[in-house]
Write a protein that binds this ligand. Sequence first.
Ligand code: NAD
Length: 454
Amino acid sequence: MASNAYDLINPSTGAVFQTVELASVEQTDEAIGRAKAAFPGWRDLAPATRAGLLLDFAAAVGNQLEDLAQLEVRNAGHTIGNARWEAGNVAAVLRYYAAAPERLFGRQIPVPGGLNVTFREPLGVVGIIVPWNFPMPIAAWGFAPALAAGNTVVLKPAELTPLTALRLAELAHSVGIPSDVFQVLPGAGQVVGQRFVTHPDVRKVVFTGSTAVGKQIATGCADQVKRFTLELGGKNANIVFADADIEKAAATAPYGVFDNAGQDCCARSRILVQRSVYDRFLELLEPAVKGVRVEEPLSETAEMGPLISAAQRTRVESYVDSSRVAFTGSCPDGDGFWFPPTVLLSESDDPAWNQEVFGPVVSVRPFETEAEAIALANDTEYGLSGSIWTRDVGRALRVSRGVEAGNLSVNSHSAVRYWTPFGGFKQSGLGRELGPDALDGFTEVKNVFISTEE
Ligand code: NAD
């Protein structure tokens, strides 16, 4: 076994099923060098040619959807239904950004004595650092717009979950995207990820992960005034007003937080319920939580699988103060990293109320007024997502404007839509991914004046 081999563990069995080789600093430097050399050729491709390659890449992902999904079930413990959605999301994101090369418009701005135009130039080599919770979509949200805008990409998956990213790179190369244009380097955060930050030829770092590491990335990038995008943690509120469809709000609340076993930066892990319907809501929530199907992730009926690792399960457990548990759902016994959906009745002093648990644990609290609900929702350093349940349109808009978060849904817990912008307020991040906005983060605006004077 090579010295840099890293064991991959199937979260639903706890057993090692494969090893991968982690890249060294030297290998990272070589990859960055190749990406730099490949940049002019990729940048200068005719827009329609780059678009065509991205469409072919999307089609290849579509053809391998089931294989990619099965790989993610094994490596990350995602339910097969979720994993299929995630692979499909990669194809959709590629198709969406395949339209970009031919539409990277600049502007013509009136000036005296000549013509003034702007160009949107690619940055060069982009380093993308991906967490383990959604290995496929989060990788694609970075590489698809980066490649579309004419950049070359070096991507580091999380140590725990490198397999689908490696497969995606193979698929890209199989359709003719040059191997140096899109490289995937499994490796340690402090080795490969850190090198993306310090290497002068990496012109931008796209980071998704914890707020603690995100701050280090920001500090490191400052040294070279390197561009960066951060997608970090969340402590998101699901606010249920008395005038809402309480049955629907209670029936859907578990899926707003327990999807992907709660390992989701958008998990609605605080439920705020207006006092007059609080008891009724809890009565309805209990059967909804007990009805969540926590099963072997390959089961077609599984709605929730295991946590990613033994360490994550220990961390999640540490947030559950038994005196605050209202009720729990069930989960399989066995060697996997299982944890049942858990509902807490929390107060402000509860760490589970204040911190991102990143597991299937939700805190419920009553509130009296609209102003109190907004204040409670905003009482966090984070600002990523949230949900608002009300039949009052004015209230829906007032509260949507009042909650300090980048992605809100009214009377739903909408998943991230790839054609709309996604990102955080406050310490949940910096910059926007997806939608039309993402391309701004992968280009620099260049202004050119052409004199028309004789
Ligand atoms: P993490 O910050 O530990 O790791 C994320 C990635 O950063 C991994 O690839 C890791 O290897 C790398 N890394 C670690 N240390 C590094 C360093 N010093 N320099 C460069 N790279 C380094 O986070 P995690 O535990 O893998 O993921 C969970 C966290 O990610 C949660 O806090 C969650 O909220 C957040 N997250 C946010 C979003 C979002 O879009 N806002 C999405 C998913 C996950």
